[in-house]
Design a protein around this ligand. Structure first.
Ligand code: G3P
Ligand code: MG
Length: 409
């Protein structure tokens, strides 16, 4: 059970999928002096994961702009190399989840995204998967991302699966050498490069030692930390597996400690209390609201995720008793939840059917798999599981796109 919900402090802008880009007014009040090196501030730096991946398509300019407009100190992007050696921004190993590759190149839909040339990648739509209002968003390159930065919002560039992009380290160093785009960011210490791949990160570091580098992975023992501190600037780790004692241990070694991907108010508060240097989240606006004393979920209407059963005994999508999300109305008035959308971190969406009204205290189990609908149970009739058994997050939206709750497990 959660212990969230900071009281409203008068902030009332609607956080809507459809209107999210209009949230320029939500930029926090802190000034340019708050930007700068992650981990050198009196609060954790806000890093928008893949832009603002919970409210807009990941690794797109629309998402980078939203992260900036929602108060992110940095936005994170994933870089890969096209078959003809051009850097592009994309997370997955294939285009199937976040692009329309199956429509444009049906014979090659499952091929590595790095097997496409830059010209071919430019034909893909990287926005429509998220929602119709984002249709037409192209796969960006690094310059596109640089143009979104400003004195408050810098960039975290992740070398994504560099084994699929041989030579990406030198290409990245070459690109960042383009002064017109990067000189100011480098001078303001507003750019970091990260990777799960230590060898790749070190190769980049040797080419461009003036850019801070962050290794992504588990916290090593003290000897490992000392070795890492010999060349890297920080460590990025999964908040779910973080031992609280490791925060001080990492920082005592002279490294910053960042955590990913923190998609609940509770977890954001816990990580802030632990003193981490940066919090990477798909919802930078939620964290920014917390840091500036605003209501992080201003359109909450009492309907909350109270439990997730992601790994029931047996098959996760078995008839009647598979995985489910329990919605509860914690408010004082009935809420019609027909058409409500439950969205996980990789933008799988479960919906609630029509005719469901939750009275105060009322509960509804929303199942992924098949079953017989009742007043307390709604089945999505899907054949594959959605809820990640090792942890996931769920954002809840009304049918009109109003963002009402955020939950992580
Ligand atoms: O920077 C942390 C995070 O981006 C690493 O995970 O898979 O989302 O790139 P991933
Ligand atoms: Mg990444």
């Amino acid at each position: 059970m959660r212990n969230i919900r900071k009281p409203a402090t008068g902030f009332s802008a609607a956080v809507c999928l459809t209107a999210a880009l209009a949230l320029g007014a939500a930029v926090p009040a802190f000034g340019a002096e708050k930007a700068g090196p992650p981990g050198k501030q009196d609060r954790p730096a806000i890093v928008g994961h893949r832009g603002s991946a919970g409210l807009s398509p990941e690794n797109t300019v629309a998402g980078f702009e939203q992260a900036r407009n929602h108060g992110a100190d940095l936005f994170e992007v994933d870089v890969q190399l096209s078959s003809d050696g051009e850097i592009f921004l994309f997370h997955d190993a294939t285009g199937t989840r976040t692009s329309n590759v199956a429509e444009v190149f049906p014979e090659r839909a499952g091929d590595p995204i790095t097997s496409f040339s830059a010209a071919e990648l430019s034909q893909l739509d990287a926005g429509a998967y998220f929602g119709g209002s984002f249709a037409g968003e192209p796969i960006p390159d690094l310059r596109d991302a640089a143009l979104v930065t400003n004195p408050r919002t810098g960039i975290n560039i992740e070398l994504k699966s560099p084994e699929n992009s041989p030579g990406v380290e030198a290409k990245l160093a070459e690109a960042l050498g383009e002064k017109r785009y990067w000189q100011r960011l480098i001078a303001r210490d507003q750019i970091v490069v990260s990777s799960f791949d230590e060898a790749s990160l070190r190769t980049f570091h040797d080419l461009m030692p003036q850019i801070p580098v962050l290794l992504i992975g588990a916290v090593p023992d003290d000897a490992g930390l000392a070795a890492l501190a010999g060349w890297a600037d920080g460590l990025v780790t999964n908040y779910r597996t973080l031992d609280p004692a490791d925060v001080a241990r990492v920082q005592a070694a002279g490294l910053t400690l960042d955590v990913y991907t923190v998609n609940s108010v509770d977890a954001m508060q816990q990580m802030t209390a632990l003193g981490v240097d940066s919090i990477i989240t798909d919802f930078p606006g939620v964290l920014s609201a917390l840091q500036t004393g605003r209501n992080p979920l201003p359109d909450a209407n009492g309907v909350e995720v109270s439990t997730v059963v992601a790994d029931p005994p047996g098959n996760d999508v078995q008839p009647q008793n598979g995985e489910y999300v329990l919605l509860t109305n914690t408010g004082s008035v009935p809420v019609d939840v027909s058409g409500y959308v439950l969205q996980d971190a990789v933008i799988n969406r479960l919906t609630v059917g029509s005719g469901y009204v939750l009275n105060p205290g009322g509960e509804l189990r929303v199942y992924t798999g098949p079953g017989t609908n009742t007043a307390e149970r709604y089945y999505n009739n899907r054949t594959t599981a959605v809820l990640n058994n090792t942890g996931d997050s769920l954002a809840i939206f009304t049918p009109g796109g109003t963002f009402v709750d955020l939950y992580a497990y």
